[in-house]
Design a binder for this molecule. Structure first.
Ligand code: BES
Ligand code: ZN
Ligand code: ZN
Length: 472
């Protein structure tokens, strides 16, 4: 994809944004097109198409421009457009977000479609006009947004692969490839190292599968100092194990790896952006399957570092993987701040719907900042509580903790309270992305499938840190 920033539109099909009531073209009545939010009009002029996309009357936000650009690009793509020009002359300060929407809308997962079913149009170039004077700032924002959007599309490309393609081993291969391309250090622990190291949680979850687990560590260390660590859950398929899930929608559990996939994307973006922030990603990957070797309800396991877990439901496997991965991060990586990203609980979807992730942290400033960045990034989050009542809910009679509470109440917070046992005193944010990790119907700038949720939010967070801190 060629991306250039210019003063005025030069060639190709154009996407033009229109405020409601401000559209005036001879031959088009207000009834036909008045500029209502995300409505479109196709116009032809001198052999080029112009797609007008309505912005409505409300404030023009980052996310509105992302959606409007996505809507225009999707439509042009369907019509066979190959070169698309975004006219951002009226909104140069938001040009980066328009580009993000355009690049996200341009991605399609077509690996397994038969050739005749593949979309004919191949988008070759996107150009952006920002008008006189807007170029300096806009160019930087467009460059950043391009890197972020490409990282999201990378995550979507890995994440959309089914579980017969992406196993813990092949995910580790992807991480190694990424490290080679992006100048990251990569270190993978396989079943033997996990056994020797005492990673009883990851091993227990993966024991029922013929595809053995991995712990993947990816490092971006442009400077010395304590890193930000992001831990991700990557269950390549979650059947529930012996506590098997109902059949309906079980196929979607190939997407239970998205926390870990997002971690790969964040490392990719951090490296490409040249962020001068030490960052480590830790991805715990296993396949949760029932078999004669599988772990069972009633088993008691020893996690990394020795804390014991009573397993009462093998479908609450994510927290068991995270126990080992967080325990490892806290012991070896000395994090200044620890995030974990996981498709952890259905309860979080019940609480917040499918658009928002649950954010759990005791740092109220950080919680507010993540809320603000989430709105801007188009990856919204909403706080859910941590608290003693949830810690009590996971107290076990036979081990340090049990992996389920026995009721459905406050399920998201129960999951968080479980993980907290391995966090110790490290500043920590848990993001439950079960709702927004994938979409079952199209949204303006995304097709059905995984969304890459977390990449835009956490990359924006890292960018805000990097710009606050003086460069050496
Ligand atoms: N991967 C699921 C959570 C999930 C459910 C993500 C639906 C996305 C959509 C997780 O491993 C799980 O099964 N959690 C259980 C926990 C319960 C047994 C305490 C759940 O949410 O039902
Ligand atoms: Zn599960
Ligand atoms: Zn799961």
């Amino acid at each position: 994809m060629v991306l250039t920033v210019e003063e005025t539109p030069e060639h190709g099909d154009r996407v033009v944004f229109v405020r409601k009531g401000e559209f005036a073209r001879e031959g088009v009545s207000q009834e036909e097109f008045e500029g209502a939010k995300l409505s479109t009009l196709i116009w032809r002029e001198a052999g080029r198409r112009i797609i007008y996309v309505g912005l409505g009357t409300g404030p023009v936000t980052a996310d509105l421009l992302r959606k409007a650009a996505g809507t225009g690009v999707k439509l042009l793509r369907k019509l066979g457009g190959e070169e698309i020009h975004l006219d951002c002359t009226a909104y140069p300060e938001l040009a980066g977000f328009a580009v993000e929407g355009a690049l996200l809308a341009a991605y399609r997962f077509e690996d397994f479609r038969m050739p005749e079913a593949r979309k004919k149009s191949v988008l070759r170039a996107i150009t952006v006009a920002v008008g006189k004077g807007g170029e300096g700032h806009a160019r930087l924002e467009v460059e950043r947004s391009t890197i972020v959007a490409e990282a999201v599309n990378y995550v979507r490309q890995v994440g959309n692969q089914p579980a017969n393609i992406i196993t813990p081993a092949s995910l580790a291969d992807k991480a190694r490839e990424l490290a080679a391309e992006c100048d990251l250090q990569c270190h993978v622990l396989g079943p033997k190292e996990l056994e020797e190291g005492g990673f009883g949680g990851i091993l227990a979850v993966g024991r029922g599968s013929d595809n053995p687990p991995r712990l993947i560590v990816l490092e971006h260390r442009p400077t010395d100092g304590k890193p930000i660590v992001i831990v991700g859950k990557a269950v390549t398929f979650d059947s529930g194990g012996i506590s098997i899930k109902p059949g309906e929608h079980m196929d979607e559990m190939k997407f239970d790896k998205m926390g870990g996939c997002a971690v790969l994307g964040i490392l990719r973006a951090a490296s490409r952006l040249g962020l001068r922030v030490p960052l480590v990603g830790v991805v715990a990957s296993a396949e949760n399957m029932p078999s004669a070797r599988a772990y069972r309800p009633g088993d008691v396991i020893r996690s990394y570092g020795g804390k014991t877990i009573e397993v009462l439901n093998t479908d609450a496997e994510g927290r068991i993987l995270l126990a080992d991965a967080v325990g490892y991060a806290v012991k070896h990586l000395d994090p200044r701040l620890l995030f974990d990203l996981a498709t952890l609980t259905g309860a979080c979807i019940v609480a917040l719907g499918r658009n928002r992730a649950g954010v759990f942290t005791s740092d109220s400033d950080l919680r507010d900042e993540l809320w603000r960045l989430g709105e801007m990034a188009g990856e919204p989050v909403w706080p859910l509580p941590l608290g003693e009542e949830f810690e009590e809910a996971v107290q076990s009679d036979v081990a340090l903790v049990k992996n389920v509470s026995g009721t459905r109440e406050g399920g998201g917070s129960v999951g968080a309270a479980f993980i907290q046992h391995w966090v110790g005193n490290v500043p920590w944010v848990h993001l439950d992305i079960a709702g927004p990790a994938w979409v079952s119907r199209e949204v303006p700038y995304l097709e059905k499938g995984v969304t890459g949720f977390g990449v835009r939010l956490l990359t924006r967070y890292l960018l805000s840190l990097a710009t606050q801190e003086p460069k050496p």
